[in-house]
Design a protein around this ligand. Structure first.
Ligand code: GDP
Ligand code: MG
Length: 457
């Protein structure tokens, strides 16, 4: 615990700005007495706060008695609250003034403004949720697409936690087998055959690797599949970019940073993986090698792309674009024949490509299906596909656990280490998994997780 974890904290939980309602959240041992000082429970008999019942109250400045707002007040009594402490929530009138007045009155009555993520941090400290679920809360707030939001919801539901607990149990099981071997070494080939331990270790290694392999899919769910549009000038790239956006609910974001050579949009496609679509804006580096070959594409993105759309009007253009692009990326390259409405046949292709028209919309659905197929090929479904890892912290922790189990397996197979020494690897693996779920004894793990939270969560 940090100094301050005992304080009663308060924050405006809703985003600032004009809106119907704002939420002020108060949590800690003094939450109810502070709310009472504001008159939140004046309509109720003293000492009889009814938990989880919302009622309308006139809130007043605790010192001067001046009316602050009319608000809906709900009390949650520990431990049955979001944080696990006593919590009072004030749904004040929206906008910036009412909620700020109520918050300031809470501070005047003894609360302290909450740090970012501090409510959720308390929920973790009080055992209301584990660290993975806390991350899921942050991901829900930050989700820009349905895919990300759905993933976060399932993590909040404990999906990843349960899977990691299973893996931790497998480590414990292996440790137990090994302990038996350590305790009864004289029973050579006794009740636990060394081969049985080796087998269990390999099964565990397999399971850890399977979960680790979901990291690229997690990254795609989080950031979107990076789809880069390439082709000669005038091929219809920007028109295709806009047409694909028109097909979906899109959030168009200018590229962050200093370069202005590309624009980027995130396509939320409901259940499907979101797409991060990149078009070249036409402000180009003249010494860019790809551009010298007559292809417009953001080279910065090309190397990281998962899918490249090699666009052109003619077969020759598409072939040239595909060839140049393939030399600069390991991504899947989809040949795209643009402006197909201008061709009488409606389609000119080598069989592998897709004919599209930004004008008429022809071929766009096929193209999206093709992009999905390429993305799925790049990140194959895992046996536990419903459970994926989405953060670098998960990847790093699982990698440690996997490496430790691998080291154990090597030592065990070669008989290179005595069992008690080999067991140290299993202990390290178990601790790495426990840290992921949230053994909350390590301050720095907590700090890393809550650093990026917003205030009031
Ligand atoms: N008929 C037709 N014209 C198109 C289509 N796509 C783009 N164009 C036209 O082709 C020209 C170049 O398009 P643009 O998207 O700016 O190409 P970019 O340089 O590759 O980005 C513009 O005049 C567009 O209106 C299409 O599908 N059908
Ligand atoms: Mg363009």
């Amino acid at each position: 615990m940090l100094p301050g974890d005992e304080d009663t904290i308060v924050a405006v939980a809703t985003a600032p700005g004009r809106g119907a309602v704002a939420l002020v959240r108060l949590s800690g041992a003094r939450a109810i007495s502070i709310a009472r000082a504001l008159g939140a429970f004046s309509a109720m008999p003293a000492d009889a706060v009814e938990p989880r019942r919302t009622h309308l109250a006139t809130l007043r400045d605790p010192e001067r008695g001046e009316r602050l707002d009319q608000a809906l007040v709900t009390a949650f009594v520990a431990p049955r609250s979001y944080t696990g402490d006593d919590v009072v929530e004030f749904a004040t009138h929206g906008g910036t003034v009412s909620c700020a007045l109520v918050m300031a009155a809470c501070v005047a009555a003894g609360a302290r403004p909450a740090a970012p993520g501090e409510f959720t941090r308390r929920a973790v400290l009080n055992g209301r949720m584990d660290l993975l679920q806390a991350e899921a809360v942050a991901d829900l707030v930050d989700a820009r697409t349905r895919a990300m939001q759905r993933e976060a919801l399932s993590q909040l539901d404990g999906g990843l936690s349960r899977r990691l607990l299973e893996l931790r149990d497998e480590v414990i099981h292996l440790e137990a087998l090994l302990a038996y071997d350590i305790d009864f070494p004289e029973e050579d080939d006794g009740p636990i055959a060394p081969a049985r331990i080796a087998r269990a270790a390999r099964t565990l290694l397999h399971a850890l690797n399977a979960l680790l392999r979901t990291a690229p899919r997690g990254a795609m769910v989080r950031d979107g599949v990076l789809v880069v549009i390439a082709g000669p000038p005038n091929a219809g790239k920007s028109s295709l970019f806009n047409a694909l956006l028109g097909e979906s609910r899109a959030i168009v974001t200018p590229v962050a940073g200093t370069t202005r050579d590309a624009i980027e949009a995130l396509l939320d496609r409901g259940g499907a993986l979101p797409l991060r679509l990149v078009d070249t804006a036409g402000l180009r580096d003249t010494d860019d090698e790809v551009e010298r070959l007559g292809i417009e594409v953001s080279s910065r993105y090309l190397a990281q792309a998962q899918v490249v759309l090699a666009c052109g009007v003619s077969t020759a253009d598409v072939a040239h674009t595909s060839e140049v692009v393939r030399a600069h990326t390991g991504a899947a390259v989809v040949p795209v024949y643009t402006k197909c409405d201008l061709r009488l046949s409606g389609r000119e292709s080598d069989g592998d490509g897709i004919a599209v028209s930004a004008e008429s919309g022809t071929g766009l659905a096929d193209l999206l299906a093709r992009i999905d197929a390429a993305a799925h090929e790049a990140v194959p479904a895992s046996p536990h596909d419903s459970v994926i890892i989405t953060r670098e912290r998960h990847r790093a922790g699982l990698t440690t656990a996997r490496d430790e189990v691998a080291a154990f397996t090597r030592a065990w197979d070669t008989g290179g280490l005595p069992a008690p020494v080999a067991a140290v690897h299993l202990l390290a693996a178990r601790e790495a998994i426990a840290d992921l779920i949230g053994s909350v004894d390590t301050e720095d793990v907590l700090d890393r997780v809550f650093r990026d939270f917003c205030i009031g969560k």
